[in-house]
Ligand binder design. Structure first.
Ligand code: ADP
Length: 372
């Protein structure tokens, strides 16, 4: 089958009219940013912010129409007001952060606790922690998935040592990839690694919803979401779009990273997502030759701030060459060296996360971890 073209998509969308207008969406210049990746289609519908609610059915119709085209595996349309009012999304969040979710949370009855692993800035080891925590849950017999929402720098395919592309199954949904007993979906599977990705905020949301909704996750106890770094509008919107049980914030001990981590706490609190705790990564360095401990980025800052902010301190991981080498080689330490002290530390953190979720969600308890 020939690949779907932008013209075909535009033509199909030209058949959709606004409820109160004679013009169609294409003539009214409301469609923009059409992206096609291996049969997965994304685009934006530009609207006037005050019309968000009445435009939601139009958005759904657009998705259905495009999804029905031959050669289309999935279609994600997002409403955006960027062109008409560039600052609008910010003001909307500021005015009413909790109820701006115009697209209902996807119905995911088979997915247990969805846990975001977030960081105020990049490079602090968020993805490394996310993958090792997922493996720690899996090692305790839990059914686990990772959704790599770090669309700007998806690293899960590499960290889980997965190559290839997800296949479609019934209902045009994608089957997640899997390795070491962990299911995974990542934009890294769908776009070329070498293609520079220029994402506008609404497209990021679209990709996220698609990874959540259009993937056959099956039954999961935990879905770990590797968030994009930062605490901007895109992250805030994502935190609203995904029915999160809670968020874990990874920081290194330096003041500057901790300042960003604090912004992360504020962000999640603003959208009513429980902060399950802080993890301090690269907390200290043990010299492999002499065993001497050096606190390269100072130490303990995350614990101090956890106390000050009244959030749980979940644990710390040292700066260690084995942690780096194993995750960069696609064999994270919890899988490749499960008896190491670091793997045990990940296991203990996973248990604390599980406890925190139980506390945060009351009777909606995820399955209790039983140490084997
Ligand atoms: P982020 O997701 O925050 O951008 P990554 O998880 O991609 O960060 O980590 C950035 C780099 O730091 C990677 O090369 C990773 O292997 C390395 N790294 C992460 N945590 C540690 C650690 N505790 N010790 C040594 N290297 C680490």
């Amino acid at each position: 089958m020939p690949p779907i073209s932008e013209e075909q998509i535009t033509e199909a969308l030209a058949g959709i009219k606004l409820p109160d207008s004679k013009g169609n969406l294409v003539d009214l210049k409301m469609i923009s940013g059409i992206v096609i990746r291996n049969g997965n289609v994304g685009f934006s519908i530009e609207i006037i912010p005050s019309r968000v609610e009445e435009m939601e059915p139009v958005r759904k119709t657009c998705e259905e129409v495009v999804r029905a085209l031959p050669g289309v595996l999935s279609a994600t349309a997002v409403l955006t007001a960027e062109h008409q009012a560039p600052k609008d999304s910010k003001t909307r969040h500021a005015a009413a952060p909790q109820n701006t979710n115009t697209q209902p949370a996807p119905d995911l009855p088979d997915v247990g606790a969805i846990v975001a692993v977030a960081s105020g800035k990049g490079g602090v080891g968020k993805s490394t922690i996310a993958v090792n925590l997922a493996l720690a849950f899996a090692a305790k017999g839990q059914r686990v998935g990772i959704m790599d929402a770090d669309v700007y720098g998806p690293s899960m395919p590499r960290m889980l040592g997965i190559t290839g592309q997800p296949q479609t199954a019934e209902g045009k949904k994608l089957r997640p990839m899997e390795n070491y007993g962990v299911k995974c979906m990542s934009m890294g599977f769908l776009v070329d690694e070498d293609t520079p990705m220029i994402w506008r905020g609404p497209m990021v949301q679209g990709a996220l919803e698609q990874m959540l909704r259009d993937v056959l996750w099956g039954k999961l106890d935990f879905l770990i979401v590797d968030m994009p770094p930062g605490t901007g509008d895109a992250q805030l919107t994502m935190a609203q779009k995904v029915p999160l049980a809670g968020a874990v914030i990874v920081s290194t001990p330096q003041d500057i990273a901790l300042l960003d981590a604090r912004k992360g706490v504020a962000m999640f609190q603003r959208v009513d997502v429980p902060v399950l705790g802080f993890i301090e990564n690269m907390s200290y360095f043990l010299c492999p030759k002499c065993g001497d401990r050096s606190e390269i980025f100072s130490h303990g800052g995350a614990r101090d701030w956890a106390t000050k902010l009244n959030v749980e301190f979940l644990g710390e991981l040292p700066l260690d060459i084995e942690i780096r080498e194993t995750s960069d080689q696609g064999k994270p330490i919890v899988m490749s060296n499960p008896d190491s002290a670091h793997s045990q530390a990940f296991g203990a953190i996973a248990e604390r996360i599980s406890d925190q979720i139980s506390k945060a969600t009351g009777d909606l308890l995820p399955p209790k971890i039983v140490t084997l």
